[in-house]
Design a protein around this ligand. Structure first.
Ligand code: SAH
Length: 229
């Protein structure tokens, strides 16, 4: 199967590239794409750069240009749900854009006309992830991920996003990748390992735990690839 694995930052894909060994590098539209074979699959791996716009470009490229039939996202996130601690994993069951606001017209936060507030992730992939977690003896939370073009380091904003969208974690790329895959009918799975609590200390925590949390996420994604037939 042709599988895309994407992250937003170099640190998120470095552990993946290490695991796959040899790869072919292609540059396209300002990004680097790494093609490799692993566990009987053709992989295309890339980091998009941060935010919804760049992640949309990369996800679209992986599907349209590289022919990916399934997309896995590996990365880090800020926690909303207090059960999520640094290094813990969350698999998105649905995603939304917390910064999309046309409430002036009476729409709910995150709503897109002709679209919806939430995009659901692929249930079969989430179910598979739960089995992989059991196999690895790891806790994997299923939950809602809220995406926006802001690094959240503020308990008030964190609480607002949590209450408004009943979200468990927040980051800056998941919902845009979900939009692309949903529109193109390609199953996707968004995994995040917690790097910070999206609070006053978020930037320090992020810098300290980006690498270790990115590795947690990447290790899990590798096991997912191994479990896909
Ligand atoms: N340190 C980086 C910027 C990181 S932005 C630099 O200066 O270049 C944060 C990245 O991690 C995004 O890709 C986002 O998806 C994720 N993330 C982790 N914690 C987050 C938080 N508290 N708020 C928003 N995004 C967060």
């Amino acid at each position: 199967m042709n599988i895309a694995i994407m992250g937003a930052m170099p640190e998120e894909i470095a552990p993946l590239l290490e695991r796959v060994g040899e790869y072919k590098l292609t540059e396209f539209a300002g990004n680097k794409y790494y093609e490799a074979t692993y566990a009987g699959h053709n992989l295309v791996i890339a980091y998009s750069k941060i935010g919804k716009v760049f992640s949309t470009l990369t996800a679209t490229t992986m599907l349209q240009h590289f022919g990916a039939e399934l997309l896995l996202f590996s990365g880090v996130a800020g926690a909303i749900n207090s059960k999520l601690k640094i290094g813990n994993l969350i698999a998105a069951t649905k995603l939304c854009q917390h910064d999309l606001d046309i409430t002036a017209f009476g729409h709910p936060h995150g709503f897109v006309p002709e679209g919806s507030v939430f995009i659901e992730a692929d249930k079969a992939l989430v179910a598979k992830a739960m089995l992989v977690a059991k196999d690895m003896d790891l806790e994997l939370m299923e939950g809602t991920i809220a995406t926006g073009d802001q690094f959240i380091a503020d308990p008030v904003k964190n609480k607002w996003i949590g209450e408004t969208f009943k979200a468990d974690a927040l980051e800056m790329e998941g919902a845009s990748v979900a939009c692309v895959c949903n529109a193109m009918n390609v199953p996707f799975f968004i995994l995040r390992a917690i790097s910070d609590a999206a609070d006053m200390d978020a930037s320090f925590s992020f810098d300290e735990f980006l690498e270790s949390s990115a590795i947690e996420s990447a290790n899990f994604i590798i096991k997912m690839v191994e479990s896909i037939e």
